[in-house]
Structures are given as structure tokens and as C-alpha cells.
Design a protein around this ligand. Structure first.
Ligand code: GLN
Length: 452
């Protein structure tokens, strides 16, 4: 029935870049067969899932929504892919995204934008906008995403879904096409907190093939999602996340959600994290710097596209032609920004000071978590904006991640849950819950409490 739904609506939504109905049915039958044999299957066995096209899949193309990888078939599965299969999840196909996960609206895909199912003239968020749209349009009950600066929480918020950015290192980056390696974090999308927790648990945990993977048990997110109480929990409101640039209806729904938490027995206090004001600036130096290094591997020799290789041109000329043709404008902007920030003479002024700001943000979190168990904020300053509105204005686009970026820079756990519709436009608003490193379960506890 999910495949039928995809066939019926994906022409309007464009959540998927690739759907393999036959392979999906085959996977589903294999799960049925194992069940018939009496095999003990996990809670997600047989459940369909939409998989972000940034994870390698050996039986499907993997493009990261870039021309430079068009037609590439990876020879291996990402750890996340492997674990989805092991859990018996049925992969319906690969979802659209901003090219190499750079963006907040899915308009930077080389293969055309995705629409928000709540209002098809609006963005589904990004970079995991194909995944959020697929779940919001009932094309899949679950989806995977990656969050480098907000790319799970922001699309979850603007599509009315639950989306988690696990603790950095809590989910494996092996086989995830790298954008900014010190920030990239795979995570789940679902329509409710418990489903998100089940998926989170299914693909997280230590992976020796990822050098930054944490060798610790997965936080008890499922148990926390089932528990869902906040009695006595100390909740901090980040003072810096309000004011100019925030939509009235977003702040209104946020305030109401905080009141609900208070009525459920949480102790709410205001906290100040002054360095969060510099988070966006630091992120847009660190992420492009890492991307400029990571994307050097697309050299026209190893993967996908190769342009102008007619036997007369040098390797350097073929590389230049391929990269000029294969990368979109946002990817080029970031490579140029990153190589500039890392160049000798500018390194200390840009990359070096951005790293110092990163440390200050971490200290702000540490100081706040001495007094509170979780921090809350709106997930995004506004609801879904119209397609096309910010494509020519990178600064306006970058503001969509104002509230989500600090948790990436510090590496801690964060979750976005729906908290109603903004009265002025009837579109979903998200509440962000942030917790210390490896305290992911706290975010699920609070999210589940708000659901009931
Ligand atoms: N929107 C942010 C960016 O463009 C975050 C993207 C992400 O989390 N992958 O970099």
C-alpha cells in the first residue's frame, strides 16, 4: 500500500529520487518467510522505510543529489543501511535532498526540488527534505536523515514530524557520503516519538569502521519514549532563541508547549547561552572548511561523472571540467569559502577563531546542564517558507538553522517534536529539546510527555 501511495502522490511531492518496487516487495517477502520459519524478528521487521540518498546502498544508486555521482552504484552498504536491513526494515527507495546535504530547503538538489505535503508551494525543509516529505505524505512511515547543522530537525519541524539528531558518534558515519565529518550525524524521522525511538535504536550504536563512533551502549531511548513523564525534570529556556526574525505564531506555540511541560510537573527556568549568537557564523566557516576537504575526492577519476575526457585533455583539465559541470552553485560556494578559510594567512582569523567559538558554545551547554536536565527552543524561527523565496539569498537560507546549529557544534543530543500549527498560516511548528552528550533518552522522554 505504501508503494501504491508513492505511485499516486510522488509525482506532486517528488520525495524520492529512486524507488525500487520489486526489490522492496522482495525484501518484504523475505521478512514474511523468516517470520513463517519462526525466526525472532525485531519490532520494525517488515516496516517500510524511505532512505536518504546520502547513505550508500549496494543495490540502488547513491547520488547525494549531485550530478557528479549520477549513475554511481556503490559496491557496499553504509552501516546504517546494513542495520536497517538487519532489523528487517523494507527500503522503498532513496530520497531527495540538498546536494551533498548543503541546504535547508531541498532546492539545492540537482534533480529538482521536493514539495511540502502540507502546502505544495512550500519547502519541505532540508537537507533531508525528501525524507520528511515522504513521511508527511504517508509515502513511508519512517525515514532516515542526516543532521550536520539541522537537516533532520528543521525538515521534521516544518513537516509536522518527529526528527532526532543523536549524540555525535552515537550513529555511524561509515558509508555516509561526507559533508562535514565533525558534525554529520545520521538520525530518524517518524510521525510519533516512539517510532522515532525504535528506529534510532535499530541503527545506532558502536561501529568500529567509524573512528569517531562512541563505544558505549545506545541510550535507552525506547524506554524513555514509553515512559514519557517530566515530573521534577528541570527544563531550561534558552534566552537567546527569541526576538527578531522569529514568527509570532512559532513563539506562541513554543510558549504554550512550555506551559504544558510546566503543567506536567517540569520545573522551567530561563538560561543564557551567550555564545549561541555566534554559532551560525562559526558553523558557516567550519562546515565549508570540512566540505572543501571532503569533496576533493570527486576528482573525475574515482566515481560517477567524467567530462571532456576525449583523449586530448590533461587529467587536471578533465577534473576541472567535471567539477565545473558536476557540482551545483551552493556546493561550489562552500568549496570556495572553505578553501579560503583554510588558506595560510587566513586560517587563524577564520577557521581558528570559529573553532574557539565552538569551544565556547560547548562551555555554554556544559554550564547550562549544571542547572537543567534539558534545554528547549523553537526548532526553526519560521514555518515552511515558499519554494523559491530564499534560493537567491544564501544568508536568509542559512537563518533556517539558527536554533539547531549549536547542538551540532557541541555534539550533543537533540530532538524536534511537533507542537501545533502556527495560527497565521496553519503550518506545523516544531519544539526542539536538547540534552547532554549520550543523554538522548531525556529528549525522547520530554517529547513523549508532550504527545500525551
Ligand atoms: N542547512 C545547513 C547547511 O546548509 C545544515 C545542513 C545539514 O544539516 N546537512 O549546511
Amino acid at each position: 500500500s505504501y508503494l501504491d501511495r508513492v505511485a499516486a502522490v510522488d509525482g506532486d511531492i517528488h520525495a524520492f529520487l529512486h524507488v525500487d518496487a520489486d526489490a522492496a516487495l522482495e525484501q518484504a517477502r523475505a521478512v514474511d518467510a523468516r517470520r513463517a520459519e519462526g525466526a525472532e524478528l525485531g519490532p520494525l521487521a517488515g516496516v517500510p522505510i524511505a532512505h536518504k540518498d546520502v547513505f550508500t546502498t549496494r543495490d540502488m544508486p547513491t547520488t547525494a543529489a549531485s550530478r557528479i555521482l549520477e549513475g554511481w552504484r556503490p559496491p557496499y552498504d553504509a552501516t546504517v543501511t546494513e542495520r536497517l536491513r538487519a532489523a528487517g526494515l523494507v527500503i522503498l527507495g532513496k530520497t531527495n535532498m540538498d546536494e551533498f546535504a548543503m541546504g535547508s530547503s531541498t532546492e539545492n538538489s540537482a534533480f529538482g526540488p521536493t514539495a511540502n505535503p502540507w502546502d505544495v508551494s512550500r519547502i519541505p525543509g532540508g537537507s533531508s527534505g525528501g525524507s520528511s516529505a515522504a513521511v508527511a505524505a504517508f509515502e513511508a512511515p519512517l525515514a532516515t536523515g542526516t543532521d550536520t547543522g539541522g537537516s533532520i530537525r528543521q525538515p521534521a519541524a516544518v513537516c509536522g514530524l518527529v526528527g532526532a539528531k543523536p549524540t555525535y558518534g552515537g550513529s555511524s558515519r561509515y558509508g555516509l557520503i561526507a559533508f562535514a565529518s565533525s558534525l554529520d550525524t545520521p538520525g530518524p524521522f517518524a510521525r510519533n516519538v516512539l517510532d522515532a525511538a525504535l528506529l534510532h535504536e535499530a541503527f545506532s550504536g558502536h561501529d568500529p569502521r567509524d573512528s569517531t563512533s562512541i563505544d558505549a551502549p545506545v541510550p535507552p531511548v525506547v524506554e524513555a519514549a514509553r515512559r514519557g513523564d517530566v515530573d521534577g525534570l528541570r527544563v531550561g529556556i534558552v534566552r537567546e532563541f527569541a526576538g527578531e526574525g522569529y514568527q509570532t505564531g512559532v513563539l506562541q506555540r513554543f510558549t504554550e508547549a512550555v506551559e504544558v511541560l510546566e503543567s506536567l510537573g517540569a520545573k522551567v527556568v530561563e538560561v543564557s547561552c551567550p555564545s549561541f549568537r555566534s554559532a551560525l557564523a562559526a558553523y558557516y566557516l567550519i562546515a565549508p572548511s570540512e566540505c572543501s576537504s571532503n569533496l576533493a575526492r570527486f576528482d573525475a577519476m574515482r566515481y560517477g561523472l567524467r567530462s571532456g575526457d576525449d583523449g586530448t585533455r590533461s587529467a587536471e583539465e578533465v577534473m576541472a571540467l567535471t567539477r565545473a559541470e558536476g557540482f551545483g552553485p551552493e556546493v561550489k560556494r562552500r568549496i570556495i569559502l572553505g578553501t579560503y578559510a583554510l588558506s595560510s594567512g587566513y586560517y587563524d582569523a577564520y577557521y581558528g577563531s570559529a573553532q574557539q567559538v565552538r569551544t565556547l558554545i560547548k562551555r555554554d551547554f556544559d554550564a547550562a546542564f549544571e542547572h537543567v536536565d534539558v534545554l528547549v527552543s523553537p526548532t526553526t524561527p519560521t514555518t515552511a517558507f515558499p519554494l523559491g523565496e530564499r534560493v537567491d539569498d544564501p544568508m536568509a537560507m542559512y537563518l533556517a538553522d539558527l536554533c539547531t546549529i549549536p547542538a551540532n557544534l557541541a555534539g550533543n543530543a537533540a530532538l524536534s517534536v511537533p507542537c501545533g500549527l502556527a495560527p497565521e498560516d496553519g503550518l506545523p511548528v516544531g519544539l526542539q529539546i536538547m540534552a547532554p552528550v549520550l543523554a538522548d533518552d531525556r529528549t525522547y522522554r520530554v517529547g513523549a510527555a508532550l504527545e500525551t
